[in-house]
Design a protein around this ligand. Sequence first.
Ligand code: SF4
Ligand code: SF4
Length: 365
Amino acid sequence: MPVHLPLVAKHEGEHTYCAYCPKLCRFSCPVSTVEGRETTTPWGKMSSLHHVVTEALPLDPAYAATWYACTGCKRCTEFCAHDNQVADTLIDARSEAVRHGVAPGEALEVIAKHQSRERNAALRADAIFADSMSDLSQTIAYVPGCTTVMQSGDAALHGLEVTRALTTASTRVEASACCGLPLLEAGDHDGFVRAAQAFLTRVSKQDVAVFQDPGCLHALRVTAKTHGVESRTTLLHITELAASRLQRFHERKTDGPVRYHDPCRLGRGLGVFDEPRRVLQQILGRPPDEFVENRAHSECSGAGGQLPRLYKQTSKDIAKERMGQHARHGGGTVVTACPAAANAFRKNGDAIVLDIVTLMRDSLL
Ligand code: SF4
Ligand code: SF4
């Protein structure tokens, strides 16, 4: 019986191009680079999908597992003459894998445990932010994101302090539930759409929502829209807000290099390359140091796309590789604007790693 994968139908051109491609973006993928195998190159992952769609291969767990070997970093797209959206294609393939009962057990576990993770993050946020979360009449919502709340309570608080200092309007915290991104990445397309819709309804009374985690912002500003979920609230990353209020930061003395890592979803995902650099230039009194592989060609931290849950060692090796590049470029401090990337670097290298919100908080006038 022909296999029916409706969510993948719109990607027919993309997986077909890949299947017949001489692997031109092979070098660009962090997953296959650290694994050293063809199966997890963009070509390998998209070809297995193509051959399943065209019934040359069975829809089975081994091929479906390759669709999860992607952080969603979009780096391969930068080197593709067809601008192929490999990450988006593989995300939709994952939902078909779940629907057909061939998804990896770890992905099903992410979906099954989503509500309890969401509840735990909300409880933790209650403890961190105390009474800042309830007043829905406020003009601005500050959104730390579940990962920030669970892994970096201090950075979550610093983000709120910065948001309040940069705006004259009243600000509340929105951390009562998840944007739904983990569901989408694990393969629950419908669950993501419901969660994104519910999240945007919760901030619909605010004029602006300021996000700390670029993953949540990208999910709601870009991905949700492609699924028909629109926002009436202006959704901003905290570095976009800060870049429009540079006079609020004073210069700080820093020793040694301070190298900026572009988070994939903030940079390639949302096109926010200059704003964090302008903020850092204001604070450092000079442009930040750079990786050779930066901006649109920046390499990944390995922390996205549920890779840390499905390909744990690969995820760690990607972070180590990026920290190795940092050391080879001269070491010093790494600063980034993504809490998940900051945590991955702290766990997998020796460098001092700073979240940009902490630098901003310490430099407020
Ligand atoms: S994404 Fe583009 S360059 Fe990479 S394998 Fe597919 S067609 Fe080739
Ligand atoms: S989006 Fe990133 S991780 Fe995924 S296939 Fe492309 S380069 Fe590899």
